[in-house]
Design a protein around this ligand. Structure first.
Ligand code: DGL
Length: 269
């Protein structure tokens, strides 16, 4: 049984795992939350690169993963090229802010983007932005502290930060010059969608990249042998590991996903 490896700085990647589970219902997964070394979005690039390399090594060496999903925009921007160079034959899928699908959905031509400071400052994001339709205007907002608040399930703080950051982006709506599409450019933010939606109003579409990442993973795997791509009925469908508190990952997984077992704590150096 060769699982699919998925990692993030914390619980955010569970939003991608949810889409992966829906798209590949018979696959086995191993999920690593690097909460002990988070948040990534406000740390220097070298830290994120080192942590991503260490987790990639752990998933390949200890779990013999058949594919690797970097379920973190910040880690994708910092480390996907290095991971691909380290494991040239392994299918590796990253996540990046859904600018193109958002631009295609927008009617006003104004798209808001919420992401970590590090993602927005990356060369990868600059290239992504550059490749978009020049008629669409993207309004960017770095959300310091929001991933950490979501990680710690601090609801009051999540509400305050979402209110502050959407106010900085706005106005939202269907009128000329208003933002009608909001990109959730950090996998944690999907878990704040219920707080964000009333702040931006009913006319605004929220877009994350969980489903496209899951579909890309499925298509890469379909090009390969599907031997062993079935769930081991005796084990939970996902093996949860964390470098932080096991209770935090277990609680989030229990809240957002079904049929997950206990999370185990591990140090990955
Ligand atoms: N979930 C990560 C992302 O998608 C970042 C969270 C963090 O800052 O650690 O960018």
């Amino acid at each position: 049984m060769q699982p699919i490896g998925v990692f993030d700085s914390g619980v955010g990647g569970l939003s991608v795992l949810k889409a992966l589970r829906q798209t590949l219902p018979h696959a086995q997964f191993v999920y690593v939350s690097d909460a002990g070394h988070a948040p990534y979005g406000e740390r220097d690039v070298q830290h994120v690169l080192d942590r991503s390399a260490a987790i990639g090594r752990y998933l390949v060496d200890e779990h013999q993963v058949r594919a690797l999903v970097v379920a973190c925009n910040t880690a994708t921007a910092a480390a996907i090229a290095t991971l691909r160079a380290n494991y040239p034959t392994l299918p590796i899928v990253g996540v990046e802010p859904a600018l193109k699908p958002a631009a295609a959905r927008s009617r006003t031509g104004v798209v808001g983007v919420l992401a970590t400071r590090s993602t927005l400052a990356s060369d990868k994001f600059a290239a992504l932005l550059q490749a978009q339709d020049p008629k669409v205007r993207f309004v960017l907002q770095a959300c310091d502290g929001l991933a950490a608040a979501i990680e710690n399930a601090e609801l009051d703080q999540i509400r305050d930060l979402c209110a502050r950051y959407t106010a900085a982006l706005g106005p939202f709506g269907r009128g000329p010059g208003e933002i009608d599409t909001l990109v959730l450019g950090c996998t944690h933010y999907t878990f704040a969608a219920e707080v964000l939606a009333p702040l931006v109003g009913p006319d605004v579409i929220l877009m994350d990249a969980g489903l496209p990442v899951a579909q890309r993973t499925a298509s890469l795997l379909a090009q390969r042998s599907t031997d062993g791509l079935t769930t081991d009925a005796t084990a939970p469908w996902v093996d949860l590991w964390t470098t932080g508190a096991a209770s935090a990952l277990e609680h989030a997984a229990g809240q957002w996903l079904r049929g997950t077992g206990a999370a185990r704590k591990i140090e990955i150096a």
